[in-house]
Ligand binder design. Structure first.
Ligand code: AMP
Length: 396
């Protein structure tokens, strides 16, 4: 395949870079060619793994720590591997970028001004934004003419009303950017597409999608458009997560400050030491907690199920009702146990889960007579990024 008939998608976090190569057919259909991950960035255990579309291993090897000390270095390793396996550059590169701020409502072609604007949003997503931008900068330095597209987790939520976009703070703060941006938008966009194609009865309907992975949020979608989200200004708000607390009385942050904790210590605490990990004292991996007999693991699972259940049905207020609930992401797609635990809090709404359908992971997991349909959809954020990237470069 000519490399110009391919698209590269990059999703870079603090400890890993995930990358996906898609083929583009004459009809502009996208098909996966390979997917890779360089994980353990900044540790002694960096590894590069690449699999083809059939899941066959193409490469699996240790990377010397000095070659993957940070995301920039890691991107150099990924770039070198790709250039050894492609006979030229792909048509374009699409990037997942967590924050598009108040102004960027849709994917954009990257230039120096865009990079500068995106850097200015770093304080809104301190742990994600710099890592999302690092590969983009490396590629721009090495291959300045290769088109790059930034796709934002916030963009899908820019359809929110003025009320949904606000906190109860003075208008001046809103104007300075203190808004309920919402996140996981690329995942919700994919779910909205799937619902439209696979569940046409729900078209025009009131759907709550729940992205339940390491990060957790839910989104109220009316006719496929976001009208509210449990996440707001940063990816800390809302539902409990692997290592983030979700809802928290802001007085607790003041209490931590009074105890002398610095900004950086509080930030670390909120992003890394709370959620399932903090509650259980065991860890943030749902599989480990579900397998544990420890009372603290049970407490963490019970808390998680209750607050996630509450947050999901709470979004019904944004739409005056819910026709369907859709689970997605690592826990939402794979943990029948957690889905059942969550749904137990909805029996008063007439929601009934079919155990066999739930064990088979759907797509429909509710009984025929359930008042609200409950579904599982496997998300695919990378495909959304690839689609947007192709659309933007084709339109040039
Ligand atoms: P994500 O961020 O979407 O990759 O999701 C990560 C979360 O999904 C972790 O908490 C994993 O423990 C959880 N997860 C992945 N597979 C399973 C599974 N088969 N059963 C329960 N939890 C799972």
């Amino acid at each position: 395949m000519n490399s110009q008939d391919t698209l590269l998608v990059i999703n870079a976090g603090s400890s890993s870079i995930k990358f996906y190569l898609y083929g583009i057919s004459a009809e502009r259909e996208l098909s996966p060619i390979l997917g890779g991950q360089l994980e353990g960035i900044g540790t002694q255990h960096s590894r590069l793994r690449v699999r083809d579309a059939q899941g066959q291993t193409m490469t699996e090897r240790q990377i010397a720590p000095r070659h993957a000390a940070d995301v920039r270095d890691a991107q150099e390793v990924v770039g070198t591997w790709l250039s050894g396996h492609l006979s030229g550059s792909p048509l374009a590169v699409g990037h997942r970028v967590v924050h598009g701020g108040p102004d960027l409502h849709a994917p954009v072609l990257v230039d120096d001004a865009i990079i500068e604007k995106l850097q200015s949003y770093t304080s809104l997503a301190p742990l994600h934004q710099p890592n999302n931008l690092a590969p983009m900068q490396v590629i721009r330095e090495r291959l300045p003419h290769l088109p790059q597209v930034a796709c934002f987790d916030t963009a899908f939520h820019r359809t929110h009303s003025a009320v949904a976009d606000r906190y109860a703070v003075p208008e001046a703060m809103y104007q300075e950017g203190v808004r309920r941006y919402g996140f996981h938008g690329l995942s919700y966009e994919y779910v909205a597409q799937r619902v439209k194609r696979a569940l046409p009865d729900l078209q025009g309907g009131k759907v709550v999608a729940a992205h339940i992975g390491s990060g957790v949020s839910a989104c109220a979608m009316l006719d496929g458009k976001s009208v509210d989200s449990t996440m707001g200004f940063t990816a800390l708000e809302g539902l409990p997560m692997g290592t983030r607390p979700g809802r928290l009385d802001p007085g607790i942050v003041l209490w931590l400050m009074e105890r002398g904790m610095s900004h950086d210590e509080i930030q670390h605490f909120l992003y890394h030491d709370c959620g399932l990990k903090g509650l259980s004292g065991i860890g943030n991996d749902m599989r480990e907690l579900e397998a544990s007999d420890a009372p603290a693991a049970r407490l963490a699972l019970d808390y998680f199920a209750w607050r996630v259940a509450e947050g999901i049905v709470g979004l019904g207020c944004a739409m005056n009702g819910i026709d369907a609930i859709v689970f997605t992401a690592g826990i939402g797609e794979n943990s029948a146990g957690m889905r059942a635990r969550i749904a137990r809090h909805w029996e008063w709404l007439g929601i009934r889960i079919d155990d066999a359908r739930n064990a088979a992971h759907g797509p429909r997991i509710s009984t025929e007579d359930s008042k609200i349909g409950v579904y599982v959809v496997r998300t695919n954020e990378e495909l959304i990024i690839a689609q947007h990237t192709l659309d933007l470069v084709s339109a040039r």
